[in-house]
Write a protein that binds this ligand. Structure first.
Ligand code: AMP
Length: 218
């Protein structure tokens, strides 16, 4: 199963991807996660990307396209994969198709998580992440047992710089400017399916499970 999860930040793509990745035994590839790891490691890509990420701007296409091309060519993607946060521009979508055609691993479906602005702001502004293991929490929806501490590893929870209100608004603006080109690209190929990003975790999972049966992916 080769999927692209498309939608604004805070749509719940990452949460669904984690669950589906376990269920189907295929890797969850989040470009945001890979870039944050690179920033943490202070690699040349990380140092370049940080400037854009802190402002909620997109990292240049050439950087992320190459990063994903290398990742999807790995052996563990042979059975399938889930791309989360990529593509984010029409140029990325086209480059991805080129890479996947070369590997004979074309995308089966693009799941578009259509989400209200109110949900995006509520989810992102309350999100907290573990500094140590990267686990996600939400101060109201998924609170840790002890405030500020990760249930899994005891690490300290923090708020991502780009989850502050001003940056959230910029990320939504960037998303709204770029997403129509990607949607029409995949609609033209007949592989776009819409899911409500306003669903809670279980509702979205149920919806997707039925969709996979209907699409004969399961
Ligand atoms: P995310 O965790 O998906 O919200 O991504 C966090 C940040 O990483 C974004 O705001 C961008 O700065 C950068 N980023 C992630 N994926 C991409 C992409 N496909 N193209 C450009 N920038 C990206």
């Amino acid at each position: 199963m080769k999927l692209v999860l498309l939608g604004p930040p805070g749509a719940g793509k990452g949460t669904q991807a984690k669950v589906l990745s376990k269920e189907f035994g295929i890797p969850h590839i989040s470009t945001g996660d890979i870039l944050r790891e690179s920033v943490k490691a202070q690699s040349p890509i990380g140092l370049k990307a940080k400037v854009y990420m802190d402002k909620g701007e997109l990292v240049p296409d050439d950087v992320v396209i190459e990063m994903v091309a290398q990742r999807v060519a790995k052996e563990d993607c042979g059975k399938g994969f889930m791309l989360d946060g990529f593509p984010r521009t029409a140029a990325q979508a086209k480059a991805l198709d080129g890479t996947l055609a070369g590997l004979n691993r074309p995308i089966d479906l693009v799941l578009y998580f259509k989400t209200s602005q109110q949900t995006i702001i509520q989810r992102l502004s309350g999100r907290r992440v573990c500094k140590n293991c990267g686990e996600n929490y939400h101060i109201k929806n998924i609170p840790p047992k002890v405030a500020g501490i990760c249930d899994k590893c005891g690490g300290e929870l923090y708020q991502r710089v780009d989850d502050k209100e001003d940056t959230i608004l910029n990320r939504i603006k960037v998303y709204e400017n770029t997403v129509p080109g990607i949607i029409s690209y995949y609609e033209g190929k007949g592989i776009l399916r819409t899911v409500s990003g306003d669903f809670d975790v279980d509702e979205a999972h149920d919806y997707l499970s039925k969709l996979f049966v209907k699409e004969k992916l399961k």
